[in-house]
Ligand binder design. Structure first.
Ligand code: GAP
Length: 435
């Protein structure tokens, strides 16, 4: 099993990974702030995704589209009409619930009453606001509930300017907003979150193969970055669970503390979105294949992951408790590529000569990696703190360092220590910290 839910939430707060939004005002249940370590971890998750999805491929390019888009986008995409969840309200305690997520559809999980729910009504999940100084029905805009539509509406701009030929993909990372009926489980389901999405455009005849290919690639991305394979599985959607745009979907699921749940969806969106935008906008978003002398609307395979949700899974999976010499050691065994701090530089004591040498060592490393210099407390406590935040290497400057110009490098996972000349530390770490 991955780590216990409360343990991770407490660690995230205690060490400065993740705080509840607006904590000093009692907290906003459905949004979170990423602290000094959390922002690095989240950024590393997004960088790794971008690296594998865009930088390492010739057939995928990037995009950063606006959160606010023409409301026509959401009419065309079907979100205005169909992006909703079934909402029921308990007549006894007035609590609201998402019907399809209730364990027992007759029993209120808040007050325990039976048979007290109102008839379900479809509740649209899009946040609505107004553009400009006047609030009227004419200037309603929506916060995007997925980043994908920004890609579809830029399909032709990107294809033409980047001179892309099918099959090719457009990738985007960014915020999405959903007025979830029941946000919860920490950063698993929030009303403001980040997505990492890629729309892969291909010939309709290639869609089935590309779909299988992306399902495999996306599953492997998580295990390559250290998720325990037994904590990950693929699940195909039943026909009645498919989103309004999907002809087929596989979820990559993670074994969260409450059971298996969605981490990422890989969908075959067919030509649903491009066709819808062609009809609504009147623009030509078809593709002409010169070699085959064929014009058609491309199909789309979409791997769609939650950056914030993935960050939660990486935290849960990395959490490890060990016994060392009769004492509990907590280690966040994050893949070094994800670790917020790569190297901690620690003087054995606060003696000025040691602190000065520590500064020199730190200066030689900080242009390459996020590092932390810690001069407080005993060395044992400082190691424990670095283990708990997942720092792969600690470099310790001791009194011998002043004479022999060497430092001790400690490995987080094995706790093995190597004595290294100061001028060789950067090379030593570079060989071990793969980016
Ligand atoms: N464009 C397709 C799409 O948005 P989705 O399954 O609704 O598909 C994709 O969302 C991913 O976004 C999910 O697998 C999940 O990781 C993340 N996600 C969706 N809703 C979320 C929420 N309320 N809070 C955090 N992450 C969410």
């Amino acid at each position: 099993m991955p780590a216990d839910f409360d343990t991770i939430v407490n660690l995230a707060k205690k060490r400065g990974f993740i705080f509840q939004s607006s904590e000093i005002y009692g907290g906003l249940r459905s949004a979170y702030d990423y602290g000094p370590l959390g922002v690095e971890l989240l950024r590393n998750v997004k960088d790794q995704w971008w690296h594998s999805m865009v930088r390492m491929r010739d057939d995928v390019v990037g995009l950063d589209s606006a959160i606010l888009q023409s409301p026509e986008v959401w009419v065309a995409s079907g979100h205005l009409e169909s992006f909703s969840d079934p909402l029921v309200e308990c007549r006894d305690c007035n609590s609201r619930h998402r019907l399809d997520k209730l364990k027992d559809p007759d029993k209120c999980p808040t007050c325990g009453s039976s048979g007290t729910f109102t008839e379900p009504r479809e509740f649209n999940l899009m946040f609505k606001t107004h553009m400009g100084p006047v609030e009227s029905d004419d200037n309603v805009v929506y916060l995007r509930p997925e980043t994908a539509q920004g890609i579809f509406i830029n399909f032709e701009n990107v294809r033409r300017t980047a001179r892309m030929k099918l099959p090719f993909g457009i990738a985007q990372i960014g915020k999405a907003f959903r007025n979830e009926i029941t946000p919860g489980q920490f950063i698993f389901r929030t009303r403001e979150f980040e997505q990492m999405e890629m729309e892969y455009f291909c010939h309709p005849d290639d869609a089935a193969d590309k779909f299988q290919e992306w399902v495999g690639l996306r599953h492997r991305w998580y295990t390559d970055l250290g998720i325990t394979p037994e904590h990950l599985r693929l699940r195909e959607h039943d026909v009645d669970e498919l989103a309004h745009y999907a002809a087929g979907t596989f979820d990559v699921e993670y074994l969260f503390p409450w059971g298996w749940d969605e981490l990422e969806g890989i969908a075959n969106r067919t030509d649903f979105d491009l066709r819808a935008h062609i009809e609504r906008s009147g623009e030509d978003l078809t593709y002409f294949d010169q070699e085959a002398n064929e014009r058609f609307v491309p199909y789309v395979i979409e791997p769609s992951a939650g950056a914030t949700r993935a960050t939660f899974a990486f935290l849960l999976d990395a959490y490890t408790e060990e016994e060392v010499k009769g004492e509990k050691r907590v280690v966040l065994k994050l893949d070094p590529r994800l670790a917020p701090i790569k190297v901690a530089v620690l003087p054995l004591s606060r003696k000025p000569e040691l602190v000065e040498t520590t500064g020199r060592v730190a200066d030689a490393l900080r242009s390459r990696w996020p590092i932390e210099v810690d001069v407080t407390q005993s060395i044992g406590r400082r190691y424990r703190r670095q283990d708990e935040i997942g720092t792969p290497y600690c470099v310790t400057v001791d009194f011998d360092s002043l004479d022999d110009n060497q430092v001790t490098v400690r490995d987080r996972d094995t706790m093995a220590q190597d004595r290294i000349p100061i001028e060789g530390v950067s090379t030593y770490l570079a060989e071990r910290l793969v980016t």
